[in-house]
Every structure is written in C-alpha cells, then in structure tokens.
Design a binder for this molecule. Sequence first.
Ligand code: ZN
Length: 365
Amino acid sequence: MNPSDQPIPDITEAVQRTLDELGVRDAAQLGQLFSRLHQQLDQEVAQLQAEATEDAVEQLRVRWLGRKRGIVPAITDNWLAPAAPNLKREIGRRANALRTRVEERLRSLAEYKVKAEASIGTLQDGKPEVVLGIDVTLPGNRRPIGVRHILRQAIDEITKIFISLGYSVEEGPEIESVYYNFEALNIPEDHPSRDDQDTFYIDRQTVLRTHTSPVQIRTMEKRQPPIRIIVPGKVYRNETPDASHSWMFHQVEGLAVDTNITFADLKGTLDHFMKAFFGPQVRTRFRPSFFPFTEPSAEMDVSCIFCGGVGCRICKGSGWLELGGCGMVDPAVFAYVERPAMLKYGVQDIQQFFQGDIRFLHQFR
Ligand SMILES: [Zn+2]
C-alpha cells in the first residue's frame, strides 16, 4: 500500500515518523504538514490563555521545544535528518519558522500571565481578564484601497469650480415624466428627440431622462429667484454604443436666474470654468445655435488642449473642441462630463468609463 494513502495521524505524533513513512514527497505536502502544526500550536495557546499558570506555560514549552521529546526537535531528527536532499532546505526553513513562532507565543503568554496576575483580585471570580485567540503580533489583513471613479472625479472638479462661483448642487430623478423631460422645456410633441428611436420610454408618460434640464423646471417650481444651480447627473439616449457614444452618459447643467444677468455673464462664467478645468491657456468661443429651450442659443468651443489651436488629429484640424451648448433661458448652460474628461485624461473610448476595469480606473488616482 502506498504510504500516502494512510491518513496522517495526530499531527504531534506525525513528527515521530519520517516524511517517507508519512508519504510526504514535495514542498506542497510539506507546507500542509507545517500549517497543521501552526494550527495545533495556536489552539493549545488559546486554551492555555484561560489558565496561564507558570506550570502550564512550562509544560507547553517542553511539549514543543523540549530537547528530548519536543515537537520541534523531533522534526529535526525524524523529518530533516533522513529527508531527500531536495526537501532539506525547505524543512529547515519551516522548522526554524515554527520554532520562532513557538518562542513568540511563549513570550506573549508570559507577558499575559503578568498582566493577568496584576488584575486578579479586581475581578469577582478571581479569574484573569481574557482576550481569547487575539494575537496582536500577527500582521493585519491588507485590504485593497479603491479610488474614486474618474467620472466622479471630473464631476467633483466641475462642481467645485461652480460652487466657488456661488452655485449650489441640485439633483433630480432619472426616471422622469414626459412633461418635465419635454413639454415643460418647450420641446413639442413632433420633435425628433421625442421619438422612441432616441429616447427610452418606460410607458407613454414616463422616460429615462434624456437630459438634466427637467431639474431646472423642478427647481424653479419650488424656489424663488435668485437661483444659481448646477445639476450633475446621468442621462439616457437610445444610442448604439461606440467609441464616442453610450446609451448612458453624464451631463452637468447650470442655471442662473437673477436680475441684470446678460449673455456677457454667461460667457464670462463659462470662460472662467474652462480655464479652471483645462488650464489658463485655453480660449473659448461661442457660435450661434438653436436649442428649443433657450433663446438665443450658442455652442461653446474651447481651444484645442492638445495642439493649442494650431490644428491636429483630435480637433480635426480646426483648432477647436466642441464642449457644450448654452443660451439664455435665463441663462442656462449644459455640458457633457464624458467629453471633457476624455480630453483631459486622454481617454480614447467612452466605453472604458462604464466597464469597471480596475486596471483602467487605477490609473486615475
Ligand atoms: Zn488640436
């Protein structure tokens, strides 16, 4: 019969046999033997902590380290001495580690005993105070530390800039009524964006919001001007995913309602924002445009952050990058989070934001 088919006896008796008799032939099996020894030691130490008398600690020392029948010396005699040459080094290393561990345990038991004796008499039943099974000398469990998602970082940075200008942050529901998402924003029933080709409908009256603008309406309904808000959040469009499109993305929208606000305030605010986000070297420009809920409306461009406006592949030679739209509702602005974040952090594919690949996310600590 193959010796390795025999169950290994009580681990403290196993040290009285040779590794050959135990059927142990490689480092992995050896590792299992030693980890059983470590467990055994920890068990015996834990049992002893309840009654750590001097005699009991001495008995433990003799049992593990005693020169005649101690477990660790038996390992040297019975495992190490007759072992195959390829295992000797490993056995020696592990036996030394075990010896060190036993010595550490005996030391901490002795210290523990001193503390326990000091506290005896203060407890009613005379038993020492016991913290069973906790070894403060063991290294702790290392837990991986996460990072804020790169889009969260971008949103936080954007909101921080607006908060410094006196804006507050507002949020609203992502499942929105057709009324708030379209009608209240002056988007008529026949407008192409209301088509279910472009919008996710929950039912005839409910959609996944296609922009953060409904929050403007909700805020204006419950608050009196002056209003200065910024609305970051997820929006949904029925898009086919590719490197620059996603069916879910993030917008940040701003709204300022006050007396004596002009288009110049809007331009100044956005120019300040772009310089704060991308750096003081960028320039902005505004092109006339159309949005159903602003009049007049403009597209906002920022000078290409890669070529400085000379023209390159990313800006398609124009020297400008389109970053959002704005206009006077009074006035409102909106911008997408993904686009500036892709530009600022050099992200090539929008899908990377949403795939949760830790290798990608960890680059942006
Ligand atoms: Zn460029």
